[in-house]
Design a protein around this ligand. Structure first.
Ligand code: CUA
Length: 363
């Protein structure tokens, strides 16, 4: 007796499964969703080629094995009065054959993998940029020792330059990943990992998403960063802006009593920053730090805010950087990102307004 394919309860199980599967697939279609197959640099491109090569090998094996299987099932299916098939258990020739044949395919993939691995270290000569990448719980710090600048949540690189990243963690294991430019590499405490990558010349002007690819605590998903690929001139301009210290403000001239007049907001923000709890975790060159090499910077657990207003993301990428979001963050960081290092400081609305005005002015 023949059964209709999906009946009764089985049908809705199939429908739900199909919906779940399609939502999973469609979730990858969001705009700006990074893809390891849409590459803008030689490292990611070589890794994508290895993926396609392995997929082709695997597809050949799959089609061949499943083809023989289906053919055998149909051609040699049981019929009335068919004799017992010949038993091949213990046939040495066949067993050797089906051990060697898959090994050949695996060695082909192994060869391609080793070839790709060695290729990743060879990115040619030319301009080099060193970046010390420090993984925090949960945000990324980017430190350019040759330019003496430090930033957070935003990595700027010149197109065509070899980026020599030194991956550092002093807390837990993270994984550094820019899908369009480089593969993942673990960031392990006590064991710095070097990583080379490069953005193609035609990537200049583009922005890519970077993220943490290793579970590192409650806010692992909120450990994102922007990667800006600039042409060399734009990059040089960005470096020279970032090297500037913050302009000192005459904070003695403002009273900062509620309600603070609009014209005093920035100066009052600077005053609250310098006098308040902010400076125990954050640094601003020109305010509580005497330049890039100030030893005090080492003891600070929060991001360096010298050019805070020039960044597009805040708090490890959980929020876009705009006055509303910064106010939301300052009101209670633990509401926005539970478990992060910044406590609720119980700031008044006046203090928040002033700090937002000041921090956003630090371009
Ligand atoms: Cu850091 Cu996940």
């Amino acid at each position: 007796m023949r059964m209709p394919l999906f009946r009764g309860t089985k049908r809705w199980v199939v429908i739900v499964a199909a919906m779940l599967l399609s939502s999973l697939l469609l979730s990858a279609c969001a705009e700006n969703s990074p893809s390891v197959l849409n590459t803008f640099g030689p490292v990611a491109a070589r890794e994508a080629s290895l993926f396609w090569f392995t997929l082709i090998v695997a597809t050949i094996v799959f089609v061949a094995v499943e083809g023989v299987l289906l053919y055998s099932i149909i051609r040699y299916r049981e019929r009335p009065n068919s004799p017992n098939p010949e038993q091949i258990h213990g046939n040495t020739t066949i067993e050797i054959a089906w051990t060697i044949a898959p090994s050949i395919f695996l060695f082909i993939v192994l060869g391609a993998t080793i070839y790709t691995m060695f290729g990743l270290g060879d990115l040619g000569g030319g301009n080099k940029v060193e970046v010390r990448v420090v993984a925090h719980q949960w945000w990324w710090e980017f430190d350019y020792p040759n330019y003496k600048i430090v930033t957070a949540d935003s990595l700027h690189i010149p197109a065509g330059a070899v980026i020599q990243a030194d991956l550092v963690s002093n807390n837990v294991i993270h994984s550094f990943w820019i899908p369009a430019l480089s593969g993942k590499l673990d960031v392990i405490p006590g064991h710095n990992h070097p990583l080379l990558f490069k953005a193609d010349m035609n990537a200049a002007g583009k922005k890519f998403l970077g993220e943490c690819a290793e579970f590192c605590g409650a806010q692992h998903a909120h450990m994102r960063f922007d990667v800006y690929v600039d042409d060399q001139n734009t990059f040089n301009r960005w470096v020279s802006v970032q090297q500037q210290a913050a302009t000192p403000l005459n904070t003695g001239a403002v009273a900062c009593k509620s309600p603070i007049p609009q014209s005093d907001l920035v100066a009052c923000g600077a005053k609250f920053f310098a006098q308040g709890a902010c400076v125990s975790c954050h640094g601003i060159v020109g305010v509580n730090l005497n330049g890039y090499n100030d030893p005090k910077a080492l003891g600070l657990i929060g991001p360096n805010l010298t050019h805070f207003g020039s960044r597009d993301l805040i708090a490890g990428g959980i929020l876009e950087n705009n006055p509303q979001n910064l106010a939301l963050w300052l009101h209670n960081p633990q509401d926005v990102k539970p478990g992060n290092d910044m406590p609720d400081l119980g700031l008044s609305q006046d203090q928040i307004n002033a700090l937002v005005a000041y921090l956003e002015s630090l371009k």
